[in-house]
Every structure is written in C-alpha cells, then in structure tokens.
Design a protein around this ligand. Structure first.
Ligand code: HEM
Length: 143
C-alpha cells in the first residue's frame, strides 16, 4: 500500500510540474493574435492551472499520508521545509494567475504586461516546485 501511495504521489508531482512547461510556447503564441484566438489561449492556460491545482491537492494528500504511514517523523527538516514551501506556492498559485487574467479582461493591464507577468509567475512557480522536488528526492538534513 505504501508503495502505491508513493506511486500516486509521484504521478501527482509530474502533473503538478509538467503542464507549466507547455505554457511557455503558449505564451509566445499569444502575441499579435485576434481576440478569439487569444481567448482560446487564455482558456488553455487556465485549464492547465486548474489541472495543476487538482494535482496539487492529490500531492499534498498523498504526501501527508506518506508521513503518517511511513517512518519519517513530522519533525523531519525536509518534510517541514516542503510543507512551508507548499503553503507559499498555494498562496502564490491563487494570486499569480487568475487575478492577472481578470485584470487584463477588465482593461487594467495590456496584453504585453499580462504575458510578461504570466511568464514570470510560471518561472517562479516552477522554481518553487523544483525546490520541493529537491527536498523530496535528496531528503537533506537541514538542521
Ligand atoms: C505536503 C507536502 C508533501 C509531503 C508531506 C510529502 C511527503 C513525502 C514523503 C514522506 C516521501 C517519502 C516517501 C519514502 O521515501 O518513504 C515523499 C516522497 C516523494 N515526494 Fe513528497 N511530499 C510532499 C510534497 C511533494 C511535492 C510538492 C513534490 C514534488 C514537487 C513531491 C515529490 C516527491 C517525490 C518525487 C518523492 C519520491 C522520492 C523518493 O522516495 O526518493 N512531494 N514525499
């Protein structure tokens, strides 16, 4: 059973990170498009964010199960650091994408600014996820 939970955990990690890499070429293609094409691109973008959000829920759920069922105590430094970074990334995911797209639709920012902000948010989120992936795989003794 434990191995199965690790398997689910790793699949959800793949689905939490993978979709973001598709977003870079999508962002490149958003420039100079007519409204209909742009709306489609933004919908694909939001669908990817939704997928990442669902995968993130499974990732946290299976992660907590692994600590509960496994031999790593809750006080393990890399477990604590992953949970801290996870809380930061959830807050970040909630504020970095949808509100920016909403600002664009409301006319508060132009397309170039939107693309720039989304690109920088995607990079920051990837870095946070890779940091957690490193904690998980290397299991460093931080203190
Ligand atoms: C609430 C957050 C999380 C908790 C509590 C958690 C907990 C754990 C635990 C206890 C293990 C060890 C399984 C074992 O070796 O017996 C593990 C493995 C793993 N976790 Fe997480 N995890 C969390 C989030 C994440 C995130 C965000 C990622 C990826 C971005 C991730 C990727 C992995 C991977 C790839 C493994 C397998 C590594 C290995 O066993 O060598 N986890 N997780």
């Amino acid at each position: 059973m434990y191995t199965f939970i690790i398997f689910i955990h790793v699949i959800s990690a793949v689905l939490s990170i993978g979709p973001f890499f598709v977003l870079f070429p999508l962002l490149d293609r958003m420039k100079g498009k007519n409204k209909e094409m742009l709306d489609t691109a933004l919908e694909v973008f939001q669908a990817a964010i939704r997928l990442v959000k669902h995968a993130g829920h499974v990732l946290v759920g299976s992660g907590l199960l692994l600590v509960w069922q496994g031999n790593w105590p809750w006080t393990t430094s890399w477990v604590i650091m992953t949970i801290v970074v996870m809380v930061v990334s959830i807050a970040f995911l909630a504020s970095a994408f949808k509100p920016k797209i909403r600002e664009f639709h409301a006319g508060a920012i132009d397309l170039d600014t939107l693309i720039k902000k989304l690109r920088s948010a995607v990079w920051k989120y990837i870095i946070l996820l890779l940091l957690m992936l490193w904690f998980m795989v290397a299991k460093p003794n931080l203190w």
